[in-house]
Design a protein around this ligand. Structure first.
Ligand code: ADP
Ligand code: ZN
Ligand code: ZN
Length: 724
């Protein structure tokens, strides 16, 4: 009698044994889906072990109801990766597997998705000049840039079916369906390959000469041509008939980026992976990759779980970006799983960034990774100039110093673009009563409710609660309620008044909520002429804005004095990334940093010596203070409606005697003590030895699975947390 261990989507750290039907209709393999009866419910699970015996009484084991697959739905190497992830991040295996699977497969649906519809320009479309319809013209432009493109992707960019249909009717574009493509057997077409400079050539040669697993850190300042290195390294992979996975930050997945890949390899099937895909598209991409019909996937973090027939390279662009870390359920870091996967498949991994995470840089400096450096901008010889604007005693308007306004004026007069950066959306972070000092708080969280003027609304950015702003102070009845502090909406309003003839694009989560609106703004920004861009960190990432020559960072100070040991690293990355948007073609860019602490050593180091220098110094500080990467950390957090319940639960976990090799700090309130009515407290777990840390944590999880109190709170573990 054969027994299988099945991983089910239940919040328990174990798998469940079932009997296989006798006789078996076909051979059963790991990674197949089965339907079973669990707690009187039908559930879809995955076979993770086949064995002859069970720890349970075999007579009491239930039979599997159904085997859903003829072939494993999870390839063996993917199953190994997911088992590793579940163990490493202390998350139940069943739930981990379910997170990796596309929804339709989770539901037990058939995996077959074998065709995909594309659109491409006809000869008539290729030569057509301008069309009357704005949207129609935009679609033609898009296809000129991207070549043949899946219909679903164009819809994701905001093009309506109507627009597609009318162009098809006028014979400007055509739709066609492709089945399992045999791109490997065709000769690889490569367009517009650039001649590499010396540093790029050395980097490419190192990657191409590599055989087997190796991680490369491509540390290159913004505009130094990292993408060109990726493209030429990919060329080698594709020539060998191998596939590639390119991971990008959430916001980095723009048509600009994707078009560059499509233009370079026009005959090569390239697919995207991101949260806006429909369930069908997700399954389709998954299957195309698994069968080898797709050559390159460009995707956000969860693309690390896609199966490939023959993966030959993984690239993580902007590897320092926080969006690679999942912040709930399975709290994985896609970059770190990419390293496991590359090692598992014995293929190269390229981590690229202008501002590498200190963890990554550390591994490069101790030669675990190979460091490849691009120190010069590829297209220009000019470096950006930094200026610190001392805000002490300065006159300011909507948070913008007089000196900054003067600079904006100058650059606009020269027909250039100006970028104003502030990492806070809304009109103002709070409303204040001028008479008594009342502040607009969220009723459910320990934080302010942000005033959004255009919506006439107070919105909590943590729980999403919205309410109209009061006409009178709830405390003293005064009608003098005024905005306090600045957000991007206010900056935009002020700049409109100041520069009424200049187009302004505000880019933050509020203005880009609508499908296609970010793409629309990005294409407006690419039209020539003076313009102001206002935005949050959505502006910082990866975009190529050739006409920006002035960048103003309004609020540098909030990152200078924070209790999070990573705050300075994040500030330095942000300043460098935002600054990197300036001076990308020809003229040197100017960067103005508004601060009350111009003499602060971090700012001085950063503007005089650059991120590379700052990062190496910051690493030496981490070593002295024993923070990661010189130690390992985990964060244990619990939340409940009762504060007393949470703290007494956490206090139970703190032993009276100190533990050998483990430091525990807490319980302390989370950075936001209360969200949506729930109190949140945490314990920091730290050790100089990763194995010791993991051993302790697995004991902790074992203990919790038997603890009564643990069922009354919601607890979570975050291994290698990036926000504490
Ligand atoms: P990064 O990814 O490092 O920010 P990019 O790859 O976007 O840099 O390159 C910046 C600009 O320089 C792009 O416009 C790119 O086309 C150009 N570029 C890159 N490499 C070269 C090269 N070897 N010769 C000429 N131009 C280059
Ligand atoms: Zn009041
Ligand atoms: Zn709230």
């Amino acid at each position: 009698m054969k027994i299988v261990a099945v991983a089910l989507k239940v919040p328990l750290h174990k798998t469940f044994d079932y009997l296989l039907p006798d006789p078996l209709p076909f051979s059963v393999k790991l990674g197949m889906r089965v339907e079973v009866n669990f707690a009187r419910q039908k559930k879809v699970g995955i076979i993770v072990e086949i064995k002859n015996d069970s720890d349970f009484d075999i007579k009491k084991l239930k039979k599997i109801d159904n085997i859903l697959d003829l072939n494993p739905i999870l390839q063996p190497d993917l199953l190994v990766l997911l088992k590793f992830a579940a163990k490493y991040y202390c998350y139940p295996l069943g739930e981990t597997l379910q997170i990796a699977l596309p929804k339709l497969l989770r539901q037990g649906k058939s995996p077959d998705k074998t065709s995909i519809s594309y659109l491409e320009l006809t000869e008539q479309g290729l030569t057509s000049k301008s069309l009357k319809g704005k949207k129609q013209q935009a679609l033609l432009e898009q296809l000129k840039g991207s070549g043949k493109t899946p219909v679903t992707e164009l819809k994701a960019l905001g093009f309506a079916s109507q627009t597609l249909k009318s162009l098809i009717k006028n014979n400007l574009i055509r739709e066609f369906i492709e089945f399992d493509e045999q791109w490997q057997s065709r000769e690889l077409t490569v367009n517009n390959r650039l001649k590499l400079n010396d540093e790029q050539a050395i980097a490419c040669a190192a990657i191409n000469q590599n055989d087997g697993y190796k991680t490369f850190l491509l540390e290159g300042i913004t505009g130094s041509g990292k993408t060109e290195v990726y493209l030429q390294a990919l060329e080698n992979t594709l020539k060998h008939g191998q596939q590639a996975l390119v991971l990008v930050p959430e916001i980095g997945l723009t048509p600009q980026t994707v078009n560059r890949f499509r233009r370079r390899f026009p005959d090569t099937p390239i697919m995207l992976w991101h949260s806006a895909l429909t369930d069908n598209e997700r399954l389709q991409t998954w299957r195309f990759c698994e069968k080898g019909s797709c050559a390159i996937v460009i995707g956000t973090r969860s693309a690390i779980f896609i199966p490939f027939a023959k993966l030959g390279m993984i690239i993580v662009d902007e590897e320092h970006d926080a969006s690679f870390k999942q912040q709930d359920t399975l709290r994985y870091h896609a970059r770190d799983l990419a390293s496991f996967r590359a090692n598992q498949l014995q293929i190269p991994l390229i981590l690229g960034s202008a501002t590498p995470a200190l963890e990554t840089l550390h591994k490069a400096l101790i030669n675990k990774y190979q460091l490849l450096t691009l120190s010069k901008r590829a297209q220009t010889t000019t470096d950006n100039q930094y200026f610190l604007i001392d805000m002490k005693g300065q006159e300011e308007h909507a948070g913008i110093a007089e000196a900054s306004i003067g600079a904006i004026n100058q650059h606009l007069k020269k027909q250039k673009q100006v970028m104003v950066f502030l990492n806070r959306r809304g009109f103002s972070p709070t409303l204040i009563c001028h008479e008594c000092g009342w502040l607009s708080h969220c009723g459910r969280c320990s934080t302010n409710a942000t005033y959004h003027k255009s919506m006439q609304s107070l919105i909590c950015h943590h729980c999403g609660e919205q309410k109209p702003p009061p006409h009178q102070c709830p405390d003293c009845g005064s009608t003098q309620i005024v905005p306090a502090g600045k957000g991007t909406e206010q900056i935009e309003e002020f700049l409109h008044e100041q520069f009424p003839d200049i187009p302004i694009n505000r880019i933050d989560r509020e203005t880009t909520r609508k499908k296609g609106s970010l793409e629309q703004a990005l294409s407006e920004i690419n039209t020539p002429g003076p313009r102001i861009l206002v935005g949050t960190q959505m502006l910082a990432k990866g975009h190529h804005f050739p006409d920006v020559t002035l960048v103003i960072i309004l609020d540098v100070d909030s990152g200078l004095y924070s209790c999070d040991f990573r705050a300075t690293e994040h500030l330095a990355q942000l300043i460098t990334q935002v600054s990197g948007r300036a001076g990308r073609s020809g003229e040197a860019g100017q960067i103005l940093l508004q601060t009350h602490f111009p003499e602060h050593p971090l700012l001085q180091d950063l503007i005089n010596n650059g991120y590379q220098d700052f990062a190496r110094y910051a690493l030496s500080e981490r070593e002295i203070t024993d923070f990661p990467p010189y130690s390992s950390m985990a964060l244990f957090r619990a939340e409940a409606h009762s504060m007393q319940l949470v703290t007494s639960f956490l206090n139970l976990l703190i032993p009276e005697q100190p533990l050998h090799g483990i430091q525990l700090l807490g319980p302390i309130p989370a950075p936001l003590e209360k969200i949506a009515g729930k109190y949140r407290y945490q314990i920091h777990i730290q050790s100089n030895n990763r194995a010791t840390l993991h051993q302790y944590i697995s004991q902790l999880v074992d203990y919790l699975s038997t603890s009564k109190l643990a069922t009354k709170v919601k607890w979570s573990l975050d291994i290698d947390p990036i926000d504490m």
